[in-house]
Design a protein around this ligand. Structure first.
Ligand SMILES: NC(=O)c1ccc[n+]([C@@H]2O[C@H](COP(=O)([O-])OP(=O)(O)OC[C@H]3O[C@@H](n4cnc5c(N)ncnc54)[C@H](O)[C@@H]3O)[C@@H](O)[C@H]2O)c1
Length: 440
C-alpha cells in the first residue's frame, strides 16, 4: 500500500469552524513549537513512537518519521467564527495559555482572522453572534465552499482539511432528510432547519473532496447522507467529540477493571468548568448532546449484556455544571463503586484538575494531520482507526464502536503499519520467543 501514498508536498491548510479555546490553543501551540518555545506534548503524531517488526529488531521510530505527515512549517491556519476576534484576541480571552507565550507569537496569531460563520442561533442559544453570513442553507454552503477555494488559492495550499472545533450544537437525531444525499441536497435548497450549521461546513468540505473531522458530539458527518457523499468524493471523515478529561480517564481505567474481571456497580461523574464551552453546555438542549456522547463509553467497554454478574446493574450518571471561576481549568470528580472476590465492595475516587483545551489541542492537530494522510493514502469514508481520539467514535452502520483506548491505539498503529507495508503486530511473539529461550 505504501507506494500509493502521495507525498505531503506543498502547504496544508487546516481550516477550523469555531476559533475558540481548543482551536486557538492548538494554533498557538503549533506556532510556539515552530519558534522553538515549547514542545508538542500530548500529540501522538509529534511525540509518539511506533514499534516495527519483532521486539528483537529494536526499530522504534517516531511516528512523524515513519509516515509522511505534513511538517509544521507547511501548515497554514484559517477558520470561521461567529465572533470577529482574531486568533490572538480569542486566545487571550480564552485564558488557556499565558499572555507571555501568546505575545511571543502575536504576529503569527493576529493574521488568522475568522471568516463569517454559517450559523443558526437555535443551535447554540447562549452565543451572541456578530460575524455571520446571510442566506439560506444552500447559499451558506455555496459561500463556505467559496471561502475554502479562496483560502486555498490565497495561501497557495496544495491540500485542505477541516476540523470542527465549534460549539456543541443542541441535541438532534437524524431524520429523513439526513438519510440520503439527494434528500439532504433537497433539504439544503428548502432551507430545512433540521440541517445544522456544522452539517453545512461538513457538506461543503466533502463536496470538494476535503477531509472533515468533528471534535464536538453533534451528529454532523455521522449521518447516512454524509457517508454517501464521502464515498462519492473519496473523502475521509471522522467523529465525534474529542476524547479529553473525564472520558479519557474512563477509557483508560474501565478496560483495566474489565481486564481483571472486577465488577462495577456505579460510576458517578461530575464536572465543573467555566469556559465558553461550559456556557453553551449550560443550555439543557446542548448538554443533552454531550451527555449522549459521554454515556455510551462504559457500556461499550463493559458489555453488560455479556457480563451481567459484573456489570448488569451498573448505574452511570454524568453531570456538567457551568462554574465561571474555574475558566478552562475543568475539575472533575468520579466516584466508582466496584466489587471484587466474593462480591466485596471497594471504591475508587478520582479528582482530575485538568485543562480541557490543553488536552484537546493535540487531538485536533493529530486529527487534522492524520485525516490529510488518509486522503493521500486514498482512504475514504469513516476512519475508524481515528477512534483513539474520539469520545463517541463513528463506525460503519451496525458496527459497535471500540472505546477501549488500548485497543484503539493498537488499531491506529496497525493501520499506520499497514499503510507503510510493515508487518502488523499481534503481540503474540511466539514465532521468535522460543528461539530466544533456547539460545539462553
Ligand atoms: N475542550 C475540550 O476538552 C473538549 C473536549 C471534547 C469536545 N470539545 C468540543 O470542542 C468544541 C470546542 O470547544 P471549545 O472549548 O474550544 O469551545 P469554545 O466555546 O471556546 O469555542 C467554540 C467556538 O465555536 C464558535 N462557533 C459556534 N458555532 C459556530 C458556527 N456555526 N460557525 C463557526 N463558529 C462557531 C463559537 O463562537 C466559539 O468561539 C465544543 O463543541 C466542545 O464541546 C471540547
Amino acid at each position: 500500500m505504501k507506494s500509493n501514498i502521495q507525498p505531503a508536498e506543498g502547504k496544508l491548510g487546516i481550516l477550523i469552524p469555531g476559533l475558540g479555546a481548543v482551536a486557538t490553543t492548538m494554533i498557538a501551540g503549533v506556532e510556539a513549537v515552530k519558534k522553538g518555545l515549547s514542545q508538542p506534548i500530548g500529540s501522538l503524531t509529534q511525540m509518539g513512537h511506533i514499534r516495527l517488526g519483532k521486539r528483537t529488531d529494536n526499530r522504534y521510530p517516531k511516528i512523524k518519521d515513519f509516515v509522511p505527515i505534513a511538517d509544521f512549517k507547511d501548515i497554514v491556519f484559517g477558520g470561521w467564527d461567529v465572533y470577529e476576534d482574531n486568533v490572538y484576541e480569542a486566545a487571550m480571552k480564552a485564558k488557556v495559555l499565558e499572555p507571555g507565550l501568546l505575545n511571543a507569537i502575536k504576529s503569527e496569531l493576529e493574521v488568522v482572522v475568522p471568516m463569517k460563520a454559517a450559523f443558526d442561533q437555535n443551535y447554540a442559544k447562549n452565543l451572541t453572534a456578530t460575524n455571520v453570513k446571510a442566506g439560506t442553507r444552500y447559499e451558506l454552503a455555496q459561500a463556505v465552499m467559496q471561502d475554502i477555494k479562496d483560502f486555498k488559492q490565497k495561501n497557495n495550499c496544495s491540500r485542505i482539511v477541516l476540523v470542527w472545533c465549534g460549539s456543541t450544537e443542541i441535541y438532534y437525531e437524524a431524520s429523513e432528510i439526513h438519510q440520503t444525499l439527494a434528500a439532504f441536497e433537497q433539504a439544503l435548497i428548502d432551507d430545512d432547519k433540521r440541517i445544522s450549521p456544522s452539517m453545512i461546513y461538513a457538506y461543503s468540505a466533502l463536496k470538494l473532496g476535503i477531509p472533515f473531522a468533528n471534535g464536538a458530539p453533534n451528529l454532523t458527518v455521522d449521518i447516512p447522507a454524509m457517508i454517501e457523499l464521502a464515498k462519492l468524493t473519496e473523502t475521509p471523515i471522522a467523529g465525534k467529540d474529542f476524547k479529553t478529561g473525564q472520558t479519557l480517564m474512563k477509557t483508560i481505567l474501565a478496560p483495566g477493571l474489565a481486564a481483571r474481571s472486577l465488577g462495577v456497580k456505579g460510576w458517578f461523574s461530575t464536572n465543573i468548568l467555566g469556559n465558553r464551552d461550559g456556557l453553551v453546555l449550560d443550555d439543557p438542549d446542548n448538554f443533552k448532546t454531550k451527555e449522549v456522547s459521554k454515556l455510551g463509553v462504559l457500556e461499550d467497554i463493559f458489555k453488560p449484556e455479556e457480563n451481567p454478574e459484573l456489570y448488569g446493574d451498573l448505574y452511570h450518571k454524568i453531570r456538567i455544571d457551568y462554574y465561571p471561576p474555574h475558566g478552562d481549568n475543568k475539575e472533575s470528580w468520579d466516584n466508582i463503586d466496584i466489587f471484587g472476590w466474593l462480591g466485596y465492595k471497594m471504591q475508587i475516587k478520582i479528582n482530575f484538575l485538568c485543562r480541557d483545551s490543553i488536552l484537546a489541542a493535540p487531538i485536533a492537530l493529530d486529527l487534522a494531520l492524520f485525516s490529510d494522510l488518509a486522503k493521500r493514502a486514498q482512504m475514504s469514508g469513516i476512519q475508524e482507526w481515528l477512534s483513539f481520539y474520539l469520545k463517541s467514535p463513528q463506525t460503519a452502520p451496525g458496527l459497535a464502536p471500540e472505546n477501549d483506548i488500548f485497543k484503539q491505539l493498537m488499531k491506529l498503529q496497525n493501520t499506520l503499519r499497514h499503510m507503510m507495508g510493515e508487518d502488523l503486530i499481534t503481540h503474540l511473539g511466539l514465532d521468535y520467543y522460543q528461539d530466544l529461550v533456547e539460545a539462553m
